[in-house]
Design a protein around this ligand. Structure first.
Ligand code: AHR
Length: 541
């Protein structure tokens, strides 16, 4: 089936070590992301028969925490002229609805580990003002579980509920499941009904705590203690509703001293009782991480790819220990760029309501890396079923509010393209790209590519990051079995200034531009990718 030239390329992919970046160590090496130094033209081979997995749209989820202005002044602002009768910001709902975010994690994050969900239900006048100890902030509890469910329904998202396994007990976690998912006739379901909500919320996905490996976490404990607590919670919760999908807390990042060992010990305790393990990752263009080198920063999604591979290796190791037929999936339930608003007052609410916390301003290079991260997640669609861009509004977010409206930050665009165009099956592409050397990583391909093919309508979508800061690159797409007809959409995010950002005063500084719609002939398409760019292109079948 392969020509001699093709075999040569595949061999190169096998021998290229780290330069066979991206998914090469996860997948069979044929048809994978590879790199060559030869020539300037990149080649992308597409064979519609070679796919990685169907894409679960929950891969493009997001996150809303009781933190800063995410909830209060973000999605809920009853004093605002932009709010509806329930206090929900209409402009924000419209943005989220348009994005079609499939799943949203709530209510934390670090916040959840000290949260008593009973404070946030029932008559609003009776709800206590509490001092949240994760962010040193006053929470009025005027927005709670039922408000979140109502809001999610309006914007068309499903909830990914976080549970307090810090100060909270397994019994109280199971009580929340009963409150949310049982129709009537039990203590907690009847309580919900007295709160005016007759129909159960039918929440399927639950996070068993948050970052319990972190010494900053309220109720932080050892891996074995947490694993046992997660097991207990899972058993009690499943007694209430056996249909739940449960996610145990994995390591909160590869920088943790207990990285992977935490994951292994946790899973030794609770493997049989859960469906998935979580990962978190925030990337910064800091002295420590990248030396402030943008070329390295744009390669950092590959280090996330390594984190995914290592975490899966641990899941599968424990699977072997347990002789279990069950394969866990991953919930990458917090990911983003985050490094500027990460210390001092940006992290401390000083006992005020809705303080400006973690209000990271995103620039062009952040958006390009977010595009690269989307590519990494998509390439791992065989094991990642949920992933959440952390977060959605105001707090390290693509959307920012002020009293008069909502702003799209740069990172909004690659995220929105994933939601708009990535559909169906993930293609197992072979990518041959010129490379550059990155300290600590090795040879990195200039072009980072992923793609999907929707079997329902035959549309092919491709997402291409050009990491070259100075030069455009030509890509030749070789359609191996069937070539597409015409380009439906082609759009690119690029610009001369990697540090450019949007603001309420200049909201259009970094916005997508229409890109070339190249024709296809003889089974080939030639496409030019500008320097410093992220491109989404979609073809009709
Ligand atoms: O998303 C912000 C914070 O980052 C979350 O609360 C926590 O889980 C993580 O450390």
């Amino acid at each position: 089936m392969f020509s001699d030239k093709r075999r040569h390329f595949l061999k190169q992919a096998v021998t290229a070590g780290i330069a066979c970046s991206a998914n090469s160590f996860l997948k069979p090496l044929a048809f994978t992301q590879s790199s060559t130094n030869s020539g300037d033209v990149a080649r992308i081979y597409v064979d519609s028969r070679r796919t990685i997995a169907p894409l679960d749209r929950n891969m493009f989820g997001s996150f809303l925490e009781h933190l800063g202005r995410a909830i209060y002044e973000g999605i809920y602002d009853p004093g605002s002229s932009l709010a509806d009768s329930a206090g929900f910001r209409k402009d924000v709902m419209e943005e989220v609805r348009q994005l079609r975010v499939p799943i949203i994690r709530y209510p934390g994050g670090n916040f959840v580990s000290g949260y008593n969900w009973l404070d946030g239900v029932g008559p609003r006048k009776d709800r206590p003002r509490i001092l949240d100890k994760a962010w040193n902030t006053i929470d009025t509890n005027q927005f709670g579980t039922n408000e979140f469910m109502a809001w999610s329904k309006i914007v068309g998202s499903k909830p990914l509920m976080g549970l307090n396994l810090g100060t909270g007990t397994a019994e109280r976690a199971a009580a929340l499941v009963e409150y949310c998912n049982i129709e009537k006739g039990t203590k907690w379901s009847d309580l919900r009904r007295t709160h005016g909500v007759e129909q159960p919320h039918a929440v399927k996905h639950w996070c068993l705590g948050n970052e319990m490996d972190g010494p900053w976490q309220i109720g932080h404990m050892t891996a074995t203690e947490y694993g046992l607590k997660a097991q207990d919670a899972a058993r009690q919760m499943r007694a209430v509703d056996p249909s739940l999908e449960l996610i145990a807390c994995g390591s909160s990042g590869p920088g943790m001293p207990t990285y992977l060992e935490w994951d292994r010990e946790v899973l030794e305790q609770c493997y049989q009782y859960v469906d998935a393990l979580s990962l978190h990752r925030y990337i910064g263009n800091t002295q420590e991480e990248t030396g402030g080198d943008s070329a390295k920063f744009l390669a950092m999604n590959l280090s996330m790819e390594q984190q995914i591979a290592e975490t899966l290796a641990v899941c599968d190791l424990v699977r072997g220990h347990k002789r279990s037929p069950k394969k866990l999936w991953l919930s990458f339930d917090e990911w983003n760029v985050w490094y500027r608003a990460r210390s001092g007052d940006a992290m401390n609410g000083h006992e005020s309501e809705a303080p400006h916390l973690l209000e990271e301003v995103y620039n062009l290079e952040d958006a390009l890396l977010v595009g690269g991260i989307v590519n990494t997640l998509v390439r791992n669609a065989d094991r990642i079923k949920i992933a959440c861009l952390a977060q959605l509004v105001n707090v390290i977010a693509p959307l920012v509010t002020n009293a008069n409206g909502v702003l799209r930050q740069t990172i909004y665009y690659p995220y929105s393209w994933a939601l708009q165009f990535a559909r169906g099956n993930v293609l197992n592409l072979l990518v041959e790209s010129p490379t550059y050397e990155v300290s600590g990583i090795g040879q990195v391909p200039y072009l980072d590519v992923t793609g999907t093919l929707n079997p329902e309508d035959g549309k092919v979508s491709m997402f291409i990051l050009n990491r070259d800061l100075n030069k455009a690159h030509m890509a030749e797409i070789n359609w191996q079995d069937r070539a597409p007809n015409s380009v439906l959409n082609s759009t690119v995010l690029t610009g001369g200034d990697l540090k450019a950002f949007n603001s309420f005063e200049a909201p259009q500084r970094v916005v997508p531009q229409p890109a070339d719609k190249p024709s296809t002939g003889g089974g080939r398409t030639k496409l030019e990718l500008p320097a410093r760019s992220y491109t989404a292109i979609q073809w009709a079948s």
